[in-house]
Design a protein around this ligand. Structure first.
Ligand SMILES: Cc1cc2nc3c(=O)[nH]c(=O)nc-3n(C[C@H](O)[C@H](O)[C@H](O)COP(=O)(O)O)c2cc1C
Length: 327
């Protein structure tokens, strides 16, 4: 996949996720291989100018976390020029506009999905972004309120006309819950209608899902969110089995990967910012174990990172070798 001049290979992308798509997870998935593009979690355009890049958990970044798109959440143009200038200084590889998040915090502010509902508000934001940056510029959207014929395609053609370089489509309707089966085939119409790359997202948890999703959507790339935290080696598996790229994770097991994440966390974040991120990561990572709830609750109740590490070690010691395989 090529977004403007940026080559993305393999076409497998880490999704933006609040509290999860930070420097430690990004470093881990880059190290395990198979990821061609990374996203930050959403960053408030209003607050971005005041974030300290040396301390803010939103902006900390290691040299190997490349290419990296920074995702902006904005309700209007008010703070955008300063936010974009800051992303240029931070050497962003691309900028994404969040047009798909329906969380109440975004709805109240008029950003995310809410912004996509008002062309009057949206148009100046898209225009300003396109005028102020020559970086690759993507939007991340949902399918809309219904699958009414032509609606999604019209919207995506509008984005293309405004100079957007890539559209990432979370293949769920606005009101769909994350547990609902994604509607990958709805993305195929977008792919046919626009001449910019289309990334499909939602419900990819295995190599089989990745294969089916690509077949149904005909998209240019896959974007993976939760599946990449449940199983951070999923990108490498997909890259190997769909794109023939070899990675060297055979010698690793889940315990190694968990503690590698902890190393990345300790390496990147000040101590007071580590535990909350370890707890959230553990809740997701635990899903890949039959008795993962024991790991999740042990970490949830830890008072500091050392205690969490001890509890995780105890949990892994009780697992069989088979349970620790990268399955
Ligand atoms: C904890 C969490 C935080 C998320 N934060 C963001 C975000 O900051 N920006 C965004 O566009 N989407 C966000 N999402 C949505 C994901 O990017 C993705 O669209 C969604 O999880 C579906 O993909 P998946 O099934 O691969 O997880 C978030 C999802 C989760 C689970």
């Amino acid at each position: 996949m090529k977004i403007r001049e940026l080559k993305v290979y393999p076409p497998v992308v880490l999704a933006p996720m609040v509290g999860l798509s930070h420097s430690a997870l990004r470093s881990l998935v880059v190290e395990l291989g198979g990821v061609g593009l990374l996203y930050t979690e959403m960053l408030s355009a209003r607050r971005l100018a005041h974030e300290n890049p040396d301390r803010s958990p939103l902006l900390l970044r290691g040299a190997k976390e490349k290419p990296l798109f920074y995702q902006l959440a904005a309700a209007n143009v008010d703070h955008l020029p300063a936010a974009i200038d800051k992303l240029h200084r931070l050497q962003a590889d691309g900028i994404d506009l969040n047009l798909g998040c329906s969380a109440p915090s975004q709805r109240i502010q008029g950003s995310g999905l809410a912004l996509s509902k008002s062309r009057q508000e949206l148009l100046p934001v898209l225009r300003l972004l396109r005028q102020r940056t020559a970086l690759p510029f993507s939007v991340k959207i949902r399918l809309g309120e219904s699958l009414a014929p032509g609606r999604l395609v019209d919207m995506c053609s509008f984005y293309e006309d405004q100079g957007v370089d890539c559209i990432a489509v979370h293949a769920r309707l606005d009101q769909d819950k994350f547990c609902r089966k994604p509607r990958w085939s709805a993305v195929a119409a977008v792919k046919q209608a626009v001449n910019i790359p289309v990334v499909v997202n939602g419900g990819i948890f295995s190599v089989a899902d990745a294969r089916a999703c690509l077949a149904e959507s005909a998209a240019d790339a896959l974007m993976i969110g939760r599946g990449g935290v449940y199983r951070p080696w999923l990108f490498a598996e997909i890259a190997e089995q769909l794109y023939g790229l070899s990675t060297k994770n055979d010698a690793l097991n889940k315990k190694d990967i968990y503690f590698r994440f902890v190393d990345c966390l300790e390496d990147r974040f000040p101590q007071d910012l580590q535990l909350v991120r370890l707890k959230l990561f553990s809740r997701y990572f635990a899903v890949s174990f039959a008795f993962g709830h024991q790991l999740a609750s042990a970490i949830q109740n830890a008072d500091d990172v050392d205690e969490a590490k001890g509890r995780a070690a105890d949990f892994f010691d009780q697992c069989t070798a088979r349970e620790l395989f990268l399955l």
